[in-house]
Design a protein. Structure first.
Ligand code: NDP
Ligand code: 8X3
Length: 250
């Protein structure tokens, strides 16, 4: 039987690439994000390959998030695979200069939004005693880099929550894992720097991971046999050794 995956943050970057990868593998899709036009365009493109439903909501809003998932039509209600991907960094400032709105955004989206979506979907997985949750963490969840403070904190939280989910959902046979990339060339830095020119140089002088590279690893994880759970993946491009060591040719 065809599986259904719900992907948050499917309007760009890793989430969008994962939607394409899953569609090629004939997985039904529920695609989420705030930019409705993009959701519609992706739905149109992927409907040739699989069944696609779109959900347009801001996952900072608890009620909107719960309502959106409750609104799923019958054919998309059973979520077999949850990809908690939506998130971003907002700002890159030393802690003493950090912006409270940036901190709110990162904790509200990367941590609390992930929890709201999970809360809406986990009960059907525990009832069926099956399901697979993959949280998109980051190398920033494994080490802290200068000025990364709150973003790194949010991603460390994602990893702790992932481990907590894996333990609590173990009696139900639900797989839980995290995929943690280093630098991926997406809209991430445009968001982090609010469209500022600092974003231009983040991925220059080396070949960063592409969203598709991460999507392929996510698909690898969801396509393992029933007894295999990929619990945690840390992936970098070849030029990157850790958060602060990147071999650039300028
Ligand atoms: P993008 O900016 O390309 O994608 C972010 C996605 O999150 C968009 O689809 C966006 O959709 C969605 N999103 C953001 N805020 C909200 C919100 N309030 N409500 C609903 N959806 C939201 O970045 P990436 O693809 O790179 O990021 C995806 C994930 O990967 C994030 O969790 C990020 O932290 C993580 N990551 C990224 C790395 C990188 O270097 N790029 C490295 C490691 C991890 P919309 O704006 O339409 O709502
Ligand atoms: C994104 C990778 O190094 O920009 O999570 O924080 S990094």
């Amino acid at each position: 039987m065809k599986k259904t995956a719900l992907i948050t943050g499917a309007t760009s970057g890793i989430g969008e690439a994962t939607a394409y990868e899953f569609a090629k593998q004939n997985i039904n899709l529920v695609l989420c994000g705030r930019r409705l036009n993009r959701l519609k365009t992706i739905q149109e493109a992927l409907s040739r390959l699989t069944d696609v439903h779109i959900l347009n909501f801001d996952l900072r809003n608890k009620q909107d998030t719960l309502n959106a998932i409750l609104s799923l039509p019958k054919d998309f209600k059973q979520i077999d695979i949850l990809i908690n991907n939506a998130g971003n960094a907002h700002g890159l400032d030393p802690i003493q200069e950090g912006d409270l709105d940036d901190w709110d955004a990162m904790m509200d989206i990367n941590v609390k939004g992930l929890l709201y979506v999970s809360k809406a979907i986990i009960p059907q997985m525990t009832a069926r005693k099956s399901g697979h949750i993959i949280n998109i963490g980051s190398s920033a969840g494994k080490e802290v880099y200068p000025k990364g403070n709150v973003y790194c904190g949010s991603k460390h939280a994602v990893l702790a929550i992932t481990e907590g989910m894996r333990v609590d959902l173990n009696p139900f046979g639900i797989k839980v894992g995290a995929v943690n990339p280093g630098l991926v060339e997406t809209e991430f830095s445009k968001v982090r720097f609010k469209g500022g020119k600092e974003a231009d140089s983040v991925y220059t002088g080396f070949k960063a991971l592409q969203a598709k590279d991460v999507a392929e690893v996510i698909y690898f994880a969801v396509s393992r046999p029933a007894h295999v759970n990929i619990a945690d993946v840390l992936m970098f491009c070849t030029a990157q050794a850790n958060s602060v060591t990147v071999k650039k040719q300028l």
